[in-house]
Design a protein around this ligand. Sequence first.
Ligand SMILES: [Zn+2]
Ligand SMILES: [Zn+2]
Length: 327
Amino acid sequence: MALPRVKHYLVNEKYEDPGLVIELETLGDYILFDVGNINKLDRHLIKRINKIFITHTHMDHFIGFDHLLRNKLGKAQTVDIFGIAPLAENVYCKLQGYTWNLVEFEPQIIFNVKQWNEGLFEHYSLDLKKKFAKDFIKEEKADTDVIYENEFYKVRYAILDHKIWIMGYTFEYKDRLLFKKDKIKELPLKGKEFGVLKEWLSNEKNRDGTFKIQGEEYSYEFLKNEYTYIQKGMKISYITDVIYSEENKKKIVNLVKGSDVLYCEAPFLAEDREQASKVYHLTTEQTAEIAKEADVKKLVVFHFSRRYGKQTDKILQEIKQFFPNVE
Ligand SMILES: [Zn+2]
Ligand SMILES: [Zn+2]
């Protein structure tokens, strides 16, 4: 059974700035979590990134915005940026750090920011043609933990404690109903009828109904069993810059539960737990505990403290004792 084509990887080495890429080539979506130093990313990829989820705007998570902007100039596009206040102000200030007097000759670039702010989602739009003025679009009650959703996937968030409030994210590619390619040919369907049938079968409410094809009635059960299969979705989570506390742990476990891959920071060795707590970060042991409790299939750790230099092995070896399927 074919899995959805989802390519995901860290932007940098584990001892460098955090950041995660999710490429959904078939959908034309290129997603970036955090914009620390992104100089290693291919500039064609940077041009294509159209969704950005920011955990918080500490420098190591946001300094790459200039590099991103520079590589985006020259191609008309819209980029959606998600996060927590004061993200819109941070984006605006970055953009206002430059002079935009020749914008009439530039292809249009629009940054749409959606930020969580005290129980509200606030929407702003910053348009190159308006010299990136910060236009307030609307606000709505944030009564859901879904910050972005389309037909194929959604991104959920949790608000976590890092001495400031920050966002943890989980990307969920949805289960999809697909036709068995060889079998479906047996039905006398034409053109748009395939889509209509698929939509009808996707809706559980039609369970007791029948579908008419060329004058003949077929039951929902029969069509679903004979001609379709479910392509399993995928869950990828991204958690970084959090203190170890009961409250954080509960929220993280709840968000990332059952992830196929959990990308989670593990900046400190277990023996340095006091330092970790002082600077609001996790240790290997704490990260492993979260992964275990959340029953994730695989753990990928990153954001190692600079105090250990480039020796990533020591941290990896330690975490392996607590959670074997880690890299
Ligand atoms: Zn931070
Ligand atoms: Zn950080």
